[in-house]
Design a protein around this ligand. Structure first.
Ligand code: S6P
Ligand code: ZN
Length: 187
């Protein structure tokens, strides 16, 4: 594959769109099987109105070695049996690092290396660094959509099975005062 030529992307900070735009992915509740602690609440929601939990809009940079793709993830506000809406979460098979930049709303970046858990509060302007070997999941902790930009090595890949096997170390809820309450993973 010949390398991509230099090009500019117009980013609309209000509408959170990229132009030109690559593939866009929509993850509904039914795509998040086995991830929420309360499986019956998940099943009821997935079989019911099956809401869109998040979207991922990519730039047209290919996901291949040496390229540096970007994407914008928008997680809608919500909770399933109290557990805040979140991305599936994944590990990069070859343990490559990644950079996130929070754009809109309030969120968290949950990371787990198999033993240690880290949580970064993400508000517009926060750069979250994901070191090699840390599985990562994003969570909307607010009451409006939470959006962030991700920049990652094109050959990084996504291992979703790792999270199903190892979990993410913690689960994110809100306490009575509206602060993030991280609970042991369990289940
Ligand atoms: C890719 C990067 C993000 C996520 C996106 C959706 O390496 O970490 O673009 O793909 O936030 O999350 P997930 O876990 O469904 O891929
Ligand atoms: Zn990633």
């Amino acid at each position: 594959t010949p390398p991509v030529s230099p090009f500019a992307i117009a980013f609309d900070a209000e509408r959170l769109t990229l132009s030109p735009e690559g593939p866009t992915l929509t993850r509904r509740m039914s795509d998040l099987e086995g991830l929420f602690l309360d499986q019956s609440a998940w099943a009821e929601s997935a079989a019911g109105d099956n809401p869109v939990v998040y979207t991922v809009t990519s730039s047209p940079v290919p996901e291949i070695n040496r390229e540096l793709p970007q994407s914008i993830t928008t997680i809608f506000p919500g909770a399933t049996a109290g557990e805040l809406w979140m991305t599936k979460g994944h590990q990069h098979p070859d343990h490559q690092g990644e950079i996130y930049l929070a754009l809109k709303g309030r969120g968290g970046l949950l990371m787990f290396d198999g033993e240690r858990v880290e949580w970064l509060d993400m508000t517009p302007g926060t750069i979250g660094y994901i070191p090699p070997g840390w599985a990562h999941r994003s969570v909307n902790t607010g009451d409006e959509p939470y959006a962030f930009l991700a920049v990652y090595p094109g050959g990084a890949g996504h291992d979703y099975g790792w999270v199903l096997t190892h979990g993410m170390g913690s689960r994110a809820y809100l306490d009575a005062s509206g602060s993030v309450d991280l609970r042991p993973y369990a289940g």
